[in-house]
Design a protein around this ligand. Structure first.
Ligand code: SF4
Length: 628
C-alpha cells in the first residue's frame, strides 16, 4: 500500500480538535487494579502538557536497555498499547514479545504506549494533551495501527480510557479513515473477544508469531483501509466484528453470527497459532528497565502449552499442542541478557514438559542466574529441580492442588491424588524450601461440604510435613492457601456452566474461614464472590455488554452502577446454564477444540472420571510393562 489512509489531517489541526473535545468532556477513569505507580513517576496535581508527557517518556527511555528506534517514513507505524501502567506492562512477556516481533519486520516501526498513572490521567484531562508513544513521543493518533495487547478482563475499561486520551473515538463505528486502525489482541481474544467487539476495528486471535507476518503482507498489498480489512478477514486469526450481524433469540441467547454479504468474512475465524516452535526464538524480555513489577528479571517462555486437560483451564486447552522452544536459542538469549539481569523468571505453565529442562536450568544457574518459576505443576516436581531452585535462593514453592479431595479432583480432571500431593510436599520441604503457597477453588460442580473439609485436612497434613522439616532446621515457614470461586471460562469443558450463586458461595467462604482460621502457620486468603462476578460478566458476555464497560470507564470502575446504568442483565450471562444454547458468544472464534469433546469431558466430570493427559498415559503404560 503506497500511502496510508487518505485525508489524514495535520497534527496541528488534530491537536486543535482534540483540545476542543477535551474541554470538560473527557471522562475521568481509573486503572482497575491498584498497582504501585512506577518508581520516579511524576505526581501531577494540575494539568500535564504535551511537553511534560514527552519529557517523561524520555526519562523512561533513559533508564531502559533494548528499546528500538526506527525512522517512520515508508513503514507501517504501529503504536503498541498496554492497557495498564508502564510498571505492570513492562513485566508482561506477551507485550514485550509482540513489540519484538513487530520490530523484527523491517517494514514495521512499533512504539509503546501505556495507561498513564492515575494522577496523570486526571491531569491529561485538564490539559487536553493527547497520549504519545514512549520511543519517539509521537501522538498515538498519528499511527496507522493502534494495537492493544490485552491480558486481563479488568483492563477492558483501560482500553477505552487510552482511546479517549489518544483522541480516538471508543466505538469502531464512530471512527473514520483519519483514525488509526484499532486492533485488539492478547490472551483474552483467544477466550472471548465479543465484549470488546464494538471497540475493535479488528481483533487478532492467536499467537503473535503467526499473526504479525501476514499483517505486514496485507498492509503492503492493500490500497486503503477498507481493502486492508477485506484482506485481513481472509487471513487466519483476523476477526472484523463489524463484518458480522449478530442475531439473538427473544429469550436472549445468540441465534447466529451472520457474515455480511460482500465482506468476504468467514463463518468462523480460525485462531492463528504456530504448528511448531522448533525454529522459533523463545519469548524473552527484550527491554530491561528497573521501573517494573519484576525489576530487571529476564523472563523466558521455554515451552508453550500444557497437556494436562484440567476441565476448568482455558490456558491448557487454548495453547495446545505443547511446544518447546529450542534449547540452544534459549541459552544463547540468556547469555546475551546476563549483563542486564541476574534473575531468570520462567513463565511457562508446564515448565517440565520441555525435554531438556534440567539441562537448561543447570546451565542458567552456571551463568550465574538465580531461577524463579512462575508456578510449578505438581506432577513436574523432582528433587533435582527443587534443589536447583533452592540453590537459586527460592524459599517458597507455589503449587495448585485445586481441591482437597481425590473425588473432586477427578471431577476437574486434575490427575493427581492426595497421596501424590503429600509425597510432593515431602520432597519440597526436604529440599530446604521454607514456605508453600497453595491454590484452591470452590464453587465446582458436585462440590459438597465434605470437599471443603477436605481442603482443611489436606492443608493440615501439608502443614505437618512443613513443621517436621522446620524442627530439623530450627526455622518455621508458612503455608498460604489462596481460594477463588470458579469462574467458568469460555473454551473449556465448563463453558456451559453457570457460576455458583452468591448466597451459596458466601456460605462456603464462611465455612472455609471457620475451618481454617485457627491453624498455626497456615494463612488463608479467600476471595469474595463479588469481584469474580463482574470478571465473569466480562469473560462470558457478548457485544451487548459493551455499554456496561463504557459506563464503568466513565464512573471509575463502579460495576454495580455501570451494569444498572447500561441496563445489562449481568445475571443472564453469569448465572445461566448455557448447555441448551446453540451458539455461544465465543463460537465466532474456532480455537481448535471441538464442542463434542468438551461435552464429553463435562459428562465424564459428572461421572467423576479422569481423562489422562498423554504424559500420564505414558507413565501408566511404562508401569504396566514393568509390572507384567
Ligand atoms: S496443569 Fe491444569 S490448570 Fe495447570 S496449566 Fe495445565 S491444564 Fe491448566
Amino acid at each position: 500500500m503506497a500511502k496510508r489512509w487518505t485525508c489524514r489531517p495535520s497534527s496541528t489541526f488534530r491537536r486543535f480538535c482534540d483540545a476542543l473535545e477535551a474541554f470538560g468532556l473527557l471522562p475521568l477513569a481509573f486503572c482497575q487494579r491498584q498497582r504501585p505507580e512506577a518508581k520516579g513517576a511524576v505526581k501531577y496535581t494540575g494539568s500535564v502538557s504535551q511537553w511534560q508527557q514527552r519529557e517523561q517518556a524520555k526519562a523512561l527511555l533513559a533508564k531502559e536497555v533494548g528499546y528500538v528506534r526506527k525512522p517512520h517514513a515508508g513503514r507501517l507505524r504501529v503504536a503498541l498499547a498496554f492497557p495498564n501502567t508502564y510498571f505492570v506492562g513492562m513485566s508482561n512477556l506477551g507485550f514485550q514479545t509482540v513489540y519484538r516481533l513487530f520490530n523484527a519486520e523491517d517494514g514495521i516501526v512499533c512504539e509503546r504506549v501505556f495507561l498513564p498513572p492515575k494522577s496523570e490521567i486526571a491531569a491529561l484531562k485538564i490539559s487536553g494533551a493527547s497520549l504519545v508513544t514512549v520511543e519517539s513521543q509521537t501522538l498515538v493518533r498519528d499511527f496507522d495501527i493502534l494495537a492493544f495487547s490485552v491480558s486481563f478482563e479488568w483492563d477492558y475499561t483501560n482500553v477505552l480510557t487510552m482511546l479517549r486520551l489518544a483522541g480516538i473515538p471508543a466505538r469502531a463505528d464512530q471512527r473514520t479513515h483519519h483514525h488509526p486502525m484499532v486492533m485488539i489482541g492478547g490472551a483474552v481474544t483467544f477466550v472471548n473477544p465479543e465484549p470488546l467487539a464494538l471497540f475493535a476495528d479488528v481483533i487478532a486471535a492467536g499467537e503473535g508469531e503467526a499473526l504479525i507476518p501476514p499483517l505486514l503482507e496485507a498492509f503492503k498489498e492493500a490500497s486503503d483501509r477498507d481493502d486492508l480489512l477485506q484482506r485481513l478477514v481472509q487471513t487466519r486469526g483476523y476477526y472484523v466484528p463489524s463484518f458480522y450481524d449478530v442475531h439473538y433469540l427473544d429469550s436472549g441467547p445468540i441465534q447466529r453470527f451472520e457474515a455480511r454479504a460482500g465482506t468476504g468474512a468467514p463463518a468462523v475465524v480460525r485462531k492463528a497459532a504456530l504448528k511448531t516452535t522448533e525454529a522459533v526464538d523463545p519469548p524473552v524480555t527484550s527491554i530491561f528497565t528497573p521501573d517494573t513489577e519484576f525489576g530487571s528479571r529476564f523472563l523466558i517462555e521455554v515451552v508453550r502449552g500444557c497437556a494436562n486437560l484440567c476441565r476448568f483451564c482455558w490456558a491448557g486447552y487454548n495453547y495446545l499442542p505443547v511446544r518447546s522452544f529450542p534449547k540452544e536459542r534459549i541459552l544463547e538469549l540468556a547469555e546475551k541478557a546476563r549483563p542486564y539481569s541476574a534473575k531468570a523468571g520462567l513463565v511457562s505453565i508446564a515448565l517440565c514438559d520441555h525435554p531438556d529442562i534440567e539441562e537448561i536450568l543447570t546451565r542458567l544457574a552456571a551463568m550465574g542466574y538465580s531461577i524463579s518459576p512462575a508456578s510449578l505443576r505438581l506432577d513436574d516436581l523432582t528433587p533435582t529441580l527443587l534443589n536447583l531452585l533452592r540453590a537459586s535462593g527460592e524459599r517458597t514453592v507455589t503449587i495448585a492442588p485445586e481441591v482437597g479431595s481425590d473425588r473432586l479432583r477427578r471431577v476437574v480432571n486434575k490427575t493427581i491424588t492426595n497421596d501424590e500431593i503429600l509425597a510432593a510436599t515431602e520432597m519440597i520441604f526436604a529440599s530446604g524450601m521454607e514456605n508453600l503457597k497453595l491454590y484452591y477453588m470452590i464453587g465446582l460442580p458436585t462440590e459438597t461440604d465434605d470437599d471443603l473439609v477436605a481442603i482443611r485436612d489436606l492443608t493440615l497434613q501439608m502443614r505437618d510435613i512443613m513443621m517436621r522439616h522446620a524442627k530439623d532446621r530450627g526455622q518455621v515457614g508458612r503455608v498460604i492457601g489462596s481460594v477463588n470461586p470458579l469462574v467458568p471460562k469460555p473454551g473449556t469443558a465448563y463453558q456451559w456452566l453457570p457460576m455458583e450463586d452468591d448466597a451459596s458461595i458466601d456460605r462456603k467462604i464462611k465455612r472455609l474461614r471457620a475451618l481454617t482460621s485457627d491453624i498455626e502457620n497456615v494463612y488463608f486468603n479467600i476471595k469474595s464472590e463479588r469481584s469474580s462476578f463482574y470478571q465473569a460478566l466480562l469473560s462470558l458476555g457478548d457485544r451487548r455488554v459493551a455499554p456496561a464497560i463504557e459506563a464503568a470507564e466513565r464512573n471509575g470502575g463502579n460495576w454495580r452502577a455501570a451494569v444498572k446504568e447500561a441496563g445489562v442483565d449481568a445475571d443472564f450471562y453469569v448465572f445461566r446454564d448455557r448447555s441448551g444454547d446453540a451458539v455461544l458468544p465465543w463460537d465466532i472464534i474456532d480455537g481448535g477444540m471441538k464442542d463434542s469433546f468438551f461435552r464429553a469431558e463435562m459428562d465424564k466430570a459428572l461421572r467423576e472420571e479422569w481423562t489422562l493427559p498423554p504424559k500420564r498415559q505414558k507413565d501408566n503404560a511404562r508401569l504396566l510393562t514393568v509390572l507384567q
